[in-house]
Design a protein around this ligand. Structure first.
Ligand SMILES: [Zn+2]
Length: 117
């Protein structure tokens, strides 16, 4: 059901370690916005509200191609499954402008050549 390539798990874990509190309010807002579109874990049936919603950016290579996206990926950490990726248009717009001038709001960047595992 992922509409883009999976994010590297190492990246997701680093995001969770460093950004969880900062993004708390934003995650609640996103959950409310995308709740009806979110799927349960296909492996264990865990419901969207109980999944881990992780704020992510697509790989560094996607931004110069105009394919960069900021949003949230829903993860079942027990099954190690990434279920849905929801794009946040406002975050994407902001990040696109920053990357266009060689900057980024994120200090955690990843490459398409990074392994998913
Ligand atoms: Zn699961």
């Amino acid at each position: 059901m992922m509409n883009c390539r999976p994010f590297p798990w190492r990246y997701i874990k680093r995001v969770l370690e460093t950004r969880e509190s900062f993004f708390g309010a934003s995650i609640e807002f996103t959950k409310a916005e995308f709740h009806d579109q979110a799927h349960a874990c296909p492996d264990c049936g865990k419901l969207p509200d109980d999944l881990t919603w992780v704020p992510v950016d697509t790989a560094v290579e996607t931004w110069p191609r105009g394919e960069g996206r900021s949003g949230f990926v829903t993860c079942c950490m027990e099954c190690k499954t990434q279920i849905d990726f929801f794009v946040e248009d406002e975050l994407t717009q902001l990040e696109t402008e920053l990357r266009a001038v060689g900057e980024s709001s994120q200090d955690l960047l990843w490459s398409e050549s990074d392994p998913v595992e």
